[in-house]
Design a binder for this molecule. Structure first.
Ligand code: HEC
Ligand code: HEC
Ligand code: HEC
Ligand code: HEC
Ligand code: HEC
Length: 227
């Protein structure tokens, strides 16, 4: 089979990518036998949803429970995810945040051994990342949280999860769907971390009013999310 046949057969989408896509590995390796296979493998890996699947719930080094801490104890999301209103990255809390309480609360708990080790050595707890959009797409927490999109729109009822799992596909279609018509999914900005939010009255009308007042207009053009 020649290189040209390969292109015609399985690789169709590879060659209609717009120019900005040239950062995607594999696309640059467009021809030749092994190179074509490597390109397919790279693209397959890159686009494979292995770590962005709905339901993805990796095992964590400490059995930390959001249901206990954010649900039962009612600790605000921003106490630990301090970056969420300031920039692109929400951030996972440093060990210091856990030790604010766990220096006194359950200081001998065997479940907290990795936290105490981290505290002693200064090495961070090796939390496993759950949600990830590919590097070629831009996402910014503060833009969303500031516009009144609640955490639960994208992450679900984290306050009921013992372990966090991915709730939404994080696919391009999912992002663009909301961007086209976000009104019903906006809430007053001070309630973004409230779980189980139920709008009083007409959510769409309230959302439209917020959009007009704050000039909210999410990007739907390609360069809004892809450089
Ligand atoms: C006491 C600290 C604490 C509080 C409060 C807290 N979290 Fe977390 N959160 C963590 C830690 C630690 C992790 C990393 C371990 C894990 O994924 O369970 C995490 C992970 C997450 C993740 C997954 C991150 C990833 O890797 O993709 C999401 C989403 C999340 N939290 C949302 C929330 C929301 C929403 C709230 C409020 C309802 C909240 N958290 C409250 C400590 C906290
Ligand atoms: C605001 C205080 C507070 C903070 C901050 C906090 N916790 Fe907790 N945590 C508690 C309380 C209260 C309990 C329940 C203790 C009990 O069952 O008596 C608990 C229980 C736990 C348990 C179960 C321990 C056991 O033996 O049953 C783990 C594990 C845990 N927390 C991990 C963490 C981690 C990791 C962090 C940092 C990301 C953290 N906690 C931050 C208050 C806190
Ligand atoms: C519009 C959807 C959306 C909203 C609203 C949202 N998130 Fe996220 N969150 C995402 C996406 C998408 C990712 C993966 C981002 C990436 O890979 O850069 C993510 C990743 C995370 C992570 C892990 C990576 C990081 O940025 O540290 C945490 C923790 C997190 N979110 C917490 C929160 C909390 C807490 C809130 C509410 C205050 C919130 N998120 C609101 C979509 C959202
Ligand atoms: C539930 C609705 C919703 C979802 C889902 C959503 N967004 Fe947004 N997005 C918004 C709103 C609202 C804004 C704010 C627009 C404004 O303030 O003008 C926004 C703004 C943005 C911006 C512009 C930020 C800036 O700094 O100018 C980018 C980029 C973006 N979103 C990317 C994404 C990506 C990528 C995803 C999917 C992973 C996503 N969004 C999912 C509602 C959403
Ligand atoms: C609101 C943000 C947003 C906009 C607007 C957007 N994209 Fe995307 N796009 C994404 C995200 C997020 C992904 C990664 C999806 C995934 O991981 O499944 C993506 C992935 C892609 C991919 C990789 C193939 C795939 O589907 O997984 C291509 C090609 C692409 N976008 C092209 C475009 C083009 C062309 C436009 C303009 C018509 C566009 N995008 C507009 C967010 C956006």
């Amino acid at each position: 089979m020649s290189g040209d046949d390969r292109r015609d057969d399985g690789g169709t989408p590879l060659f209609v990518f717009p120019e900005w896509q040239n950062k995607v590995p594999g696309v640059v390796l467009a021809c030749g036998g092994l190179a074509a296979i490597a390109a397919m493998a790279a693209v397959w890996y890159w686009f494979s949803p292995s770590f962005t699947d709905v339901g993805y719930m990796p095992e964590q080094p400490v059995p930390y429970s959001h249901k206990l801490h954010a649900g039962d104890l009612g600790i605000d999301c921003r106490y630990c995810h301090v970056g969420v209103e300031r920039g692109p990255v929400a951030g996972v809390p440093p060990t210091q945040t856990c030790m604010n309480c766990h220096a006194q609360i359950k200081p001998e708990s065997p479940l907290l051994v990795p936290v105490r080790e981290s505290w002693a050595t200064g090495e961070p707890v090796p939390w496993v990342r759950v949600h990830k959009v590919p590097d070629y797409a831009r996402f910014d927490h503060s833009a969303h949280v500031g516009a009144g999109v609640g955490c639960e729109e994208c992450h679900g009822r984290v306050d009921q999860m013992i372990e966090v799992r991915q709730q939404q596909p994080l696919s391009m279609g999912w992002c663009v769907d909301c961007h086209r018509d976000p009104a019903a999914r906006l809430r007053p900005a001070e309630l973004v971390t409230k779980m189980g939010y139920a709008p009083a009255g007409d959510a769409v009308a309230a959302g439209k009013e917020m959009m007009a007042k704050k000039g909210i207009s999410p990007p739907t053009h390609c360069s809004g999310c892809h450089q």
